[in-house]
Design a protein around this ligand. Structure first.
Ligand code: NAI
Ligand code: MG
Length: 483
């Protein structure tokens, strides 16, 4: 199946099986505890981006459906959830976490089929972290008084949540778990290309016995998200996605009382000093940008290498790129899977052309690609100028822009010179250098001698155009309470 040769080594196929997966051919909307048909909306296909085959039909919600979902959430908030004891809220969230764990294999396979990410990642990262988020926030439900000492945290009411396609179930967990722990009810919209794990989560929510209406999931494209944002009875909007849509949401709710958290794009600097453990740093660079096909808002998409180790880092990096397996995401040996959609592939290819036109040098893994599906082998640009669009704009694909630097002051200036400020990585042997860097860099998350590490106890969020508010950790509770 779709196994692809890479230039350095070729492995026998090791496909994950799909026989433990149960999927329906079509899905309704999850409103008031049940799957229901839309009031007048159509259906659309969700496809497997590695094969372009249709997996299932998804409902396009209408404004009337969104209204129904918000009403269900409001009723559940007033009649049930705000009267449920904090300890009981915790028990429900804990049950959801346990059920995600029990169904981890099935969820991982569905995530990979629907979104194109390697099964190794959905199995080892997305699904375990999604469960971990529910476990973590289950623990906070009856301890909010300790999170906000001498204050009285109160829920906000109905939270409208809109999530992207890069970590579908994980983003749903990031949004739903803290909202429920703090006593809110939810209307969530998954991304149109990756709705299936959110719909499986609805089945889990039913099995967990969560009271009807506490979580409602409506599917569809951008206008469904906009209908949630603009609904007058939504008290809070939480959005993860593009900066353009994020800005539109802020404008849309500017004259309302709605509270809002936005987690938007990024253009993270991954900085390698000459005293860094170079082999480890190379692994970190690979993980930083090629992980999940670069569909990561905190991807280390700008690499800064200190001039004295530039040759060595580039030699080792290209060598390592040549060992990556691109192809069938369901194969357990695959490192780089399919690009999530045709639209995203076009966008990435446009940026690759822009980089070439800007005069940067292009290097890409040579790889036989499957005939069907959306693919972009890992690639990088050297000779990149600070003003180049490939160094300034979020590409959201496996495209690395490499630059060099000489001094600490220079690299801090270059790293901060973007409209974004979500994350960064620093590779050095010196603790003092790390602390100096982290104090001066405008990034919400800075990894030291590692990259793309996530934990539910750790807050995540950005500066500048990367958004505001924090998700995860104790800080993530603040986004769902009024004090
Ligand atoms: P998008 O921002 O359009 O999609 C994210 C979510 O917002 C989806 O659920 C979508 O249906 C919804 N949405 C779209 N228009 C909306 C509106 N007007 N009101 C409310 N919700 C709306 O992102 P898209 O088009 O999928 O990707 C474009 C670029 O955005 C990517 O190339 C990448 O650079 C960036 N992006 C960043 C993400 C992040 O995690 N920071 C995630 C996804 C995309
Ligand atoms: Mg899909």
């Amino acid at each position: 199946m779709n196994k692809v040769k890479t230039s350095l080594w070729k492995l026998d196929p090791a496909p994950e099986s799909t026989d433990h997966v149960s999927l329906q051919s079509s899905y309704g909307l999850f409103i008031d505890g049940e799957f229901v048909e839309s009031e007048g909306g159509g259906m659309f296909d969700t496809i497997n981006p590695a094969t372009e085959e249709t997996i299932a039909q998804i409902t396009e919600a209408t404004d009337a459906d969104v209204d129904k979902a918000v009403k269900a959430a409001r009723t559940a908030y007033q009649k049930v959830w705000s009267k449920t004891s904090p300890a009981d809220r915790g028990k429900y969230i804990y049950r959801i976490a346990r059920l995600i764990q029990e169904k981890a294999r099935e969820l991982a396979v569905i995530e990979t089929l629907d979104g194109g990410k390697p099964i190794r990642e959905s199995r080892d990262i997305d699904i375990p972290l999604a469960a971990a988020h529910f476990f973590y926030y289950a623990g906070w439900a009856d301890k909010l008084a300790y999170a906000f000492p001498n204050r009285t945290p109160k829920p906000l009411g109905v939270a409208g949540q809109i999530i992207p396609w890069n970590f579908p179930l994980l983003m749903a967990a990031w949004k739903i778990a803290p909202a429920l722990a703090c006593g809110n009810t939810v209307v969530l919209k998954p991304a149109e290309t990756t709705s299936l794990t959110a719909l499986k989560l609805c089945e889990i929510i039913q099995q967990a016995g969560l009271p009807a209406g506490v979580v409602n999931i409506v599917t569809g494209h951008g206008p469904v998200g906009a209908a949630i944002v603009n609904h007058p009875d939504v008290d809070k909007v939480a959005f993860t996605g593009s900066t353009a849509v994020g800005k539109g949401i802020q404008t849309a709710i500017a004259s309302t009382e709605k509270s809002c958290t936005l987690e938007l794009g990024g253009k993270a600097a991954n900085i390698v000093f000459d005293d860094a453990p170079i082999d480890q740093a190379v692994e970190g660079i690979i993980n930083g940008i090629y992980f999940n096909q670069g569909h990561v808002c905190c991807a280390g998409s700008r690499l800064f290498v200190q001039e004295s180790v530039f040759e060595e880092v580039m030699r080792k990096l290209k060598h390592r790129i040549n060992t990556l397996n691109v192809g069938d995401p369901m194969d357990k040996n695959t490192d780089v899977g399919a690009i999530n959609s045709h639209k995203q592939l076009q966008r990435i290819n446009e940026y690759i052309e822009i980089g070439k036109d800007e005069g940067a040098d292009f290097y890409q893994l040579e790889s036989d690609l499957p005939e069907k599906g959306f693919w972009c082998p890992p690639c990088l640009f050297t000779g990149v100028a600070q003003s180049n669009r490939i160094a300034q704009e979020e590409i959201f694909g496996p495209v690395l822009a490499v630059q060099t630097f000489r001094t600490v002051a220079e690299v801090i200036k270059k790293a901060n010179n973007t409209p974004y400020g979500l994350s960064a990585g620093v590779w050095t042997d010196k603790g003092s250098k790390l602390f100096n860097m982290t104090a001066q860099m405008r990034a919400g998350v800075i990894w030291a001698n590692t990259y793309n590490k996530f934990d539910p106890t750790s807050p995540f969020g950005g500066y500048k155009e990367s958004g505001f508010g924090r998700e995860g950790g104790m800080h993530g509770l603040a986004a769902y309470v009024k004090i």
